[in-house]
Design a binder for this molecule. Structure first.
Ligand SMILES: NC(=O)C1=CN([C@@H]2O[C@H](COP(=O)(O)OP(=O)(O)OC[C@H]3O[C@@H](n4cnc5c(N)ncnc54)[C@H](OP(=O)(O)O)[C@@H]3O)[C@@H](O)[C@H]2O)C=CC1
Ligand SMILES: O=C(O)CCC(=O)C(=O)O
Ligand SMILES: [Mg+2]
Length: 442
């Protein structure tokens, strides 16, 4: 398989990390992945906004030196490889990178390149802030009440990819092992042995299904949740909440059902609050609070069961602030909360390892393939992911300029289709034109 050699920009230098933080040169080289589907349209629009914001903030003294690296369809067409080594190496060597969305087929085919990149670089936090911009159409009455930050564990849970295909020899091996070693728990479920097949047929007769010899077709997935994985995620979430004067951190889980994975996450979370931050039980627990005299005094660490949490954030969003959750819950939560503040078109994100400094910034949304190459979709999520990247680099003035300009562009009501279709008196503009509008308001 051929690899791809990125063109290293001549005038740039690497971002590095010391124990005290990132060292960002005035001309940092930043690798970017354009992405599949709507990715190229969005990237073309976003890069103009990011460059214009940096130019505006630093009058030419600072400039990002972009370096294209390949992943997804573009990589496959050029090299026969969906995720070339050179791409992973560049994201590792240059520390900070940004990407567009990449396609993942459902069922068979390649596993997620997005997840692969997060795991290869051990980017254990998926950070997704969710806030409302004045004027953005929303399905709820008070979208301004939503101001939350999701810390999604990014390397474990069912995203670890330990899965066995229904009917495969490997799945059967796992099932046989479980049946032999854990007969008690295993017996509760119909797993397709001959006796169970007869049971199934008897049950199916009732709905008129024909009797048949059912093969064993059980897909098996394993959901690892470790103390270490939870510790670094929850530690990051509480640290962020303290630094940013937030009111609470909610551990979101489904621990009533999955006691030793999701339930363990909750228990680990409270333990971390106690061990690292000196939190104590509030009114007899299980909620905790950081007591007076300690950094972050008054911060409440609480927990919520995921299904209830999803309705609570719709009904009483002001009661929630920072949340820390496992990978799958975080995935669901990100899109649901994004919809609450006007949609996935302006939902940014970052995948971060705070220890090594590695970070890959990316939108919450996917490739939206039906809109590919139409210059139509909202580039806001990647632009705001770029804003997070600039802030992470310490280029605060450029980041602030983007937030101000996004506000101005939305206020002008010249917006992409997703906002225009719900906003009174709006003019629909293309993806590239929305970028122009943002640049105008920098
Ligand atoms: N990090 C990543 O790279 C991610 C990749 N994916 C991948 O993307 C592919 C498509 O996933 P799918 O489930 O369709 O989800 P998408 O997020 O791609 O699209 C779902 C819907 O969200 C809306 N939407 C998405 N992007 C935008 C945008 N920029 N502006 C305005 N609206 C937008 C559109 O809504 P409407 O129809 O109402 O216009 C679209 O139909 C899959 O292969 C999936 O695996 C998914 C998520 C993340
Ligand atoms: O990798 C994918 O295709 C989907 C990832 C995803 O939905 C997310 O990270 O929010
Ligand atoms: Mg998702």
């Amino acid at each position: 398989m051929a690899d791809f050699t990125p063109q290293v920009p001549a005038g740039g230098a690497k971002i590095t990390k010391t124990p005290t933080g990132l060292v960002v040169p005035d001309h940092p080289i930043i690798p970017f992945i354009e992405g599949d589907g709507t990715g190229p349209d969005i990237w073309r629009a976003s890069v103009r906004v990011l460059d214009a914001a940096v130019a505006k903030a630093y009058g030419g003294q600072r400039k990002i030196e972009w370096m294209e690296v390949l992943a997804g369809e573009k990589a496959f067409n050029a090299t026969g490889n969906w995720l070339p080594d050179s791409t992973v190496d560049a994201c590792r060597d240059y520390l900070v990178s940004i990407k567009g969305p990449l396609t993942t087929p459902v069922g068979g085919g390649i596993r997620s390149l997005n997840v692969a990149l997060r795991q290869m670089l051990d980017l254990y936090v998926c950070l997704r802030p969710v806030r409302w911009f004045e004027g953005v159409p929303s399905p709820v009455k008070k979208p301004g009440d939503v101001d939350m930050v999701i810390f999604r564990e990014n390397t474990e849970d069912i995203y670890a990819g330990i899965e066995f295909e229904p009917g495969s020899d490997d799945a059967q091996k796992v099932l046989d092992f479980l049946a032999k070693e854990f007969p008690k728990g295993f017996d509760k479920i119909r797993f397709g042995t001959k006796a169970k097949t007869d049971d199934w047929n008897k049950a199916l007769e009732g709905i008129g299904a024909p009797a048949r010899d059912l093969p064993v077709q059980v897909g098996v997935g394993i959901k690892p949740v470790s103390y270490l994985g939870t510790e670094r995620l929850v530690h990051s979430a509480i640290g962020y909440a303290i630094q940013n004067n937030r009111k609470s951190v909610t551990l979101v889980h489904k621990g009533n059902i999955m006691k030793f994975t999701e339930g363990a996450f909750r228990d680990f979370g409270y333990k971390i609050a106690r061990d690292f931050y000196g939190a104590v039980e509030l009114d007899g627990g299980p909620w905790h609070v950081i007591p007076e005299g300690k950094p972050g005094a008054g911060l409440v660490i609480k927990d919520a069961i995921a299904d209830a949490f999803l309705q609570q954030i719709l009904l009483r969003p002001r009661e929630y602030d920072v949340s820390a959750t496992l990978n799958l819950n975080g995935d669901y939560l990100s899109d649901a909360l994004a919809a609450q503040v006007g949609g996935i078109g302006i939902a940014p994100g970052a995948n971060i390892n705070y220890v090594t400094g590695h970070a890959v910034f990316e939108a919450t949304h996917g490739t939206a393939p039906k809109y590919a190459d139409l210059d139509k979709v909202n580039p806001g999520s990647v632009i705001l992911s770029g804003e997070m990247m600039l802030r992470y680099m310490g280029w605060t003035e450029a980041a602030d300029a983007i937030i101000k300009a996004m506000d101005g562009a939305i206020g002008s009501k010249r917006v992409t289709y997703d906002f225009a279709r719900l906003m009174d008196g709006a003019t629909e503009v293309k993806c590239s034109e929305f970028a122009d509008e943002i640049i105008k308001h920098l």
